[in-house]
Design a protein around this ligand. Sequence first.
Ligand code: 5AD
Length: 344
Amino acid sequence: MVLAQRLAEQGRLTQEEYAHLIRLRTDESSMYLAGKADHIRREIYGRDVYIRGLIEISNICRNDCYYCGIRRSNTGCERYRLTKQQILGCCREGYDLGFRTFVMQGGEGSYSAGEIADIVGAVKETYPDCAVTLSLGEYTRGEYKIMRSAGADRYLLRHETADREHYRKLHPFGMSYENRMRCLYDLRELGYQVGCGFMVGSPYQTAESLAEDLKFIEEFSPDMCGIGPFIPQRDTPFWDMPAGSGEMTIFLLSVIRLIKPNILLPATTALGTVMHNGREQGIHAGANVIMPNLSPLSERKKYSLYDNKICTGEESAQSIRILKEHMRSIGYQIVTARGDIKKP
Ligand code: 5AD
């Protein structure tokens, strides 16, 4: 509890202390940090929870990450790629439901930078009051620039792990920690609001590597951070690895909120998948963003990054009214707004 108290007071610990805090996590320290995180978030964002309409635009991917269900080598994955018209259709539906941020997420390399720019341009022209977030993987600086010039506001690129050795155990030859970091710094310099993030309980992860992730977040100071438990997918090399813990994910949400009080922090689908009421618990512990699924129903099941991924019920953008009611009942309110980061 001494370390948890120091974190709550100072908003940072040494790398060794973070590792200790993680190793020694108890329900007591979780509850303590959740209360502190909820409090500090409330001072900046009040009771507001931001929503993002998540459009999974393609599951075609050039990469072969060992953990991911849409990896190139997975022949069991039925591939799809939405057209510009389909994507605009999702946005129309989302706009009418109250979404003012659209997140276009997809496998890497499925669209060229020019194609992405064309789609982003059309979305921004039709909905000038909305933010567009891209989550499409690694591109060159020049390509990111083209997308940014077309009007993209934000970019999510999870760093996956800040520990180089660990990075190599999760990715095949050809992908590198260095290029991942290069991307994040390029995106920042190009004026995007940038999000990083990692999986909790990914294979070969240690308390030390998580401590490195936290140090990286301190140093990089991202605008957003996406974390969720690792969940095995049956057709991947990690099919028999154990899933990450929902409790540890929630604990780390609180830690990240305390490190960076104004960060945009989603309670993710993966958290909602491993844990009953996972997203609500995440919000209670310091998260302030939810990303309901706006993808066309016909393709939704094909975007299976991991097994049993939830995509209906309250996960579905179409059920926004139920989600709103549910959030209100636990003391939060979903707002219709772009939901940009509040700068101190
Ligand atoms: N379990 C949990 N999260 C996963 N992701 C990919 N595969 C899995 C999995 N098996 C996450 C990665 C990626 C994001 C889009 O989804 O962190 O960056």
